[in-house]
Design a protein around this ligand. Structure first.
Ligand code: HEM
Length: 480
């Protein structure tokens, strides 16, 4: 009996010691491994890569119902933790740069934009360069751009692959407003060709090894240099003649850092390249989806046409910034096309400090420093608890009374990102796409003759697969 008591006491002592040790360890190190996000089950070594390459959105569709809104993928020595839905992506969008930064994950873009700009500079300098962007896209500037866009559109004619034509129109209009009339009038072909080379120099391998000495990278570097020479000449000529233009090039030339330093020619070139990269494919893809959905949905096409007729009645043929703002039905159609097809399907950050996220269900996860954190507009924009019948094209979901993107709070609709790094070009993108579509609908009768397009998941900026053939007849939209 005495031996049994002794054993019991020893047992209790051991148990007590274990409890105390556990408590001390919890106090000293509150993160228990069970609070890490669940991990996607994959084969060892290459499993994560294979799942990712099969298509990140396919993977999210499969894993979200099983694992919930926060989960991790092991990709070799990296851990990518996905935040899905506004309740958790709020951390992604609102975190400070010192906690979640862009620089490391978007470093591969540096050779394309060139040295001294955006992801090649400290956050404080980058913020100043983004200030130049913001100022150059203020409403009073945008007002001037509308006329320039419309003058480019007047020349449109011929039978068309809508995708190709819209790419061209976006390049033309963006070149005029942003790069200036010298490029638009005399150097358009050369500059477009050089941008095309830059584009082709951004391959999936470039994300991992941006400086790998392959022909595509060598051509990219040469094109970047040539662009700088072209812009240096334009800048020198404007300075020599004292001529000042209404375009982004001029704005970047005249911008100054807080310490009074002027922008260099290389920086101006880099910022212009960055602008076209940010805004060209994204806007042309969105224009194409908008057109495809409108031509395939007679109900919405006729609502948009009615809106145009009313505006023609009210303002005649004039289109300016304020009249574009009245095109609410068209705006909602573009926004809905973009909800279904955000060209940037995955947004990334690199985590520099440990933090905790809380899911909609109240579960808490610890995200350790060193993880790559990702969120996906392509997946999150179709969450059924936020958007009713999420796969259906239904622009009225944004109309007063429904406003599905607002009901569930900010970060429900993330085609333009949000928070700290929200897209700076959103107003310009709408201005451009609305100008183009109102012009096309007022002046042409259009019919989609190829099947409704599919998504090209293989592109870096995800767009439309193949051609989008449209038959058209010139017409004047009857007002009555
Ligand atoms: C439909 C067209 C567009 C879409 C869908 C789009 C989408 C986005 C998204 C998702 C981001 C956030 C990236 C991130 O969080 O990592 C972003 C950032 C940005 N966009 Fe756009 N964009 C469009 C057009 C434009 C245009 C036309 C411009 C310039 C004229 C532009 C300039 C920028 C800039 C400068 C940023 C960086 C903001 C920052 O990091 O603080 N975008 N865009």
């Amino acid at each position: 009996m005495e031996v049994e008591d002794k054993l019991l006491n020893i047992g209790l002592l051991v148990l007590l010691t274990l409890v105390v040790v556990k408590l001390i360890s919890l106090i000293l190190n509150p993160r228990s491994p069970t609070r890490l996000p669940p991990v996607i089950a994959t084969w060892p070594v290459f499993g994560g890569l294979i799942r990712f390459l099969k298509g990140p959105v396919v993977m999210l569709r499969e894993e979200y119902p099983k694992l919930g809104s926060v989960f991790t993928l092991n990709l070799f020595n990296k851990k990518i933790t996905f935040f899905i839905g506004p309740e958790v992506s709020v951390h992604f969008f609102k975190a400070s740069e010192s906690d979640l930064s862009q620089q490391e994950v978007y470093k591969y873009i540096v050779p394309t934009f060139g040295p001294g700009v955006i992801y090649d500079v400290d956050y404080s300098v980058r913020q100043e360069q983004f200030r130049f962007f913001t100022e150059s896209l203020r409403v009073n500037k945008l007002k001037g751009y509308v006329g320039q866009i419309l003058r480019c559109l007047l020349k449109l004619s011929g039978e068309v692959d809508l995708k190709y034509e819209l790419e061209n129109l976006i390049t033309l209009t963006a070149s005029r407003c942003l790069l200036g009339q010298e490029v638009r009038n005399n150097l358009f072909e050369d500059v477009s060709a050089l941008f095309h080379v830059l584009d082709n120099g951004m391959l999936p391998i470039s994300v991992v090894l941006p400086y790998l000495p392959i022909p595509a990278h060598r051509r990219r570097d040469k094109a970047r240099k040539k662009l700088e020479e072209i812009f240096a000449k334009i800048i020198a000529e404007r300075k020599r003649t004292g001529k000042s233009e209404e375009d982004m090039l001029q704005w970047f030339m005249d911008s100054k850092y807080k310490d009074g330093r002027e922008t260099t020619e290389s920086e101006v070139t880099g910022l212009l390249i960055a602008t076209l990269f940010a805004g060209q494919h994204t806007s042309s893809i969105t224009s194409t989806w908008t057109g495809a959905y409108l031509l395939a949905n007679k109900k919405y096409l006729s609502s948009v046409l009615d809106e145009q007729k009313n505006l023609l009645k009210k303002h005649g043929k004039n289109v300016d910034h304020d009249i574009l703002s009245e095109m609410e039905v068209l705006y909602r159609c573009i926004k809905e096309a973009l909800r279904l097809h955000p060209p940037l399907i995955m947004l990334l950050r690199s985590s520099h400090s440990d933090f905790t996220v809380k899911t909609r269900e109240g579960k808490e996860y610890d995200i350790p420093k060193g993880h790559i954190v990702a969120t996906s507009p392509a997946f999150a924009n179709r969450l059924p608890h936020i958007f009713k019948d999420p796969d259906t094209f239904d622009p009225d979901r944004f109309a007063p009374g429904r406003e599905e993107d607002k009901v569930s709070g900010p970060f429900s609709y993330i085609s333009f990102g949000g928070g700290r790094h929200a897209c700076l070009g959103e107003p310009f993108a709408y201005l451009q796409i609305k100008s183009i579509w109102s012009h096309l609908l007022r002046n042409f009768e259009l019919e989609l003759v190829s099947p409704f397009p599919e998504i090209d998941w293989n592109a870096m900026v995800v767009g439309v697969k193949g051609k989008v053939m449209v038959r058209y007849k010139r017409r004047e939209l009857p007002i009555y």
